[in-house]
Design a protein around this ligand. Structure first.
Ligand SMILES: Nc1nc2c(c(=O)[nH]1)N[C@H]1C(S)=C(S)[C@@H](COP(=O)(O)O)O[C@H]1N2
Ligand SMILES: [Mo]
Length: 327
């Protein structure tokens, strides 16, 4: 095990990893509680990380799930601070810092999600009934933005398929639409014309049913911060980040491919599929590499982007499809 002296004189394992100053204290306390000299394995280090990051935002409500190791990357997690202050959520402004600065006006309770369209059992669920549909899991996913940066985030939720099974889609349900709240009173960006509101995203039914597609209510063991899409969003880890719609109020099952917000605003740049694909460049930039937020410096060599963002288990969904045409 690597033990090196940290700047504040505490022995830390794996201190080659960059450690944000503000998490030293809580991490030090946690490590102090462990038996001195005991082997701090990667699992314990993970716990120490989580404890430290959770302590970053003391006001947030706890929201834990059982770690699903089969669906979790062991890569270094993005510090909570970065994941909750570097955001895309155009309903609150287009600068990365604006969602964190503005999203406290979003009222996440009471909240309902209405599920409609081609289903045998349409329903409107409040947050508590939604949360109780299936056991909560924690899954550490890579999320790669179309802009060329990525993060590693421990999300809390369950497979969207759990909800889909409950509402019993009809034979006509070929696609699923996610519709975000669009309320000017709560969301200052909804007055702007950057996108058509409400923000709409969509998946083909088999993509929506894939167990990796996560209905997400929390991250880092806490309820989602508003700027990350509280109280409920989806995370589709093999697609560019914009497919992962935030603050969902409606889920609609439909026959035809939905008109999605980014595809409508710039169809030559943002296709419906939007699978992470290092071989298909965005018309204005390469998609071959990416920068990990909170970790890779601006002057550092960028890391290689992986096909399907490193989730090869989804490849069979696209057998026989031309992924250059269906970008
Ligand atoms: N409603 C809504 N959902 C959205 C967006 C948005 O502007 N509005 N931005 C998307 C983009 S481009 C990305 S990269 C991710 C960012 O999620 P994060 O802030 O939790 O990392 O949210 C996606 N979901
Ligand atoms: Mo993005």
């Amino acid at each position: 095990m690597l033990i090196k002296r940290s700047p504040n004189g505490v022995d830390l394992p794996f201190s080659s990893e960059i450690t944000p100053q503000e998490v030293y204290e809580s991490r030090r306390k946690f490590i102090a509680r462990m038996a001195a000299g005991a082997a701090v394995g990667s699992a314990l280090w993970e716990m120490a990380n989580r404890e430290a990051f959770a302590a970053d935002a003391p006001a947030a409500q706890k929201f834990a799930g059982k770690r699903n190791p089969a669906y979790s990357t062991m890569e270094k997690q993005t510090p909570f601070k970065d994941a909750s202050t570097y955001n895309n959520f155009y309903e609150f402004g287009t600068d990365k810092s604006e969602p964190a600065a503005n999203a406290d006006t979003l009222k996440t309770r009471p909240w309902t999600v209405s599920i409609e369209g081609e289903v045998k059992k349409p329903m409107t669920l409040d947050l508590d009934s939604l949360t109780r549909l299936a056991p909560l899991e924690e899954r550490v996913y890579r999320l790669r933005c179309v802009e060329g940066w990525s993060m590693v985030i421990p999300w809390v939720g369950f497979s969207l398929s759990e909800l889909i099974k409950k509402v019993e889609p009809t034979g006509n349900a070929k696609y699923i639409e996610f519709i975000t709240l669009a309320d000017k009173k709560q969301m200052p960006g909804v007055g702007s014309r950057v996108l058509e509101w409400p923000y709409v995203e969509g998946l083909r039914m088999d993509e929506a049913m894939h167990p990796l597609t996560l209905l997400t209510m929390g991250m880092y063991g806490q309820v989602l911060p508003n700027q990350n899409g509280a109280p409920v969003r989806v995370i589709v880890p093999w697609k560019y980040g914009f497919k992962s719609a935030k603050s969902i109020v409606k889920i609609r099952f439909v026959k035809d491919q939905p008109k999605t917000a980014w595809n409508v605003s710039a169809p030559s740049e943002y296709g419906f599929y939007s699978n992470v694909n290092p071989e298909v460049d965005h018309p204005r930039w390469s998609q071959a590499t990416e920068r990990r937020i909170g970790e890779d410096g601006f002057f550092q060599k960028k890391r290689k982007t992986l096909m399907f963002n490193g989730y090869p288990q989804v490849a069979s969904l696209y057998t026989g499809m031309d992924l250059k045409k269906n970008f």
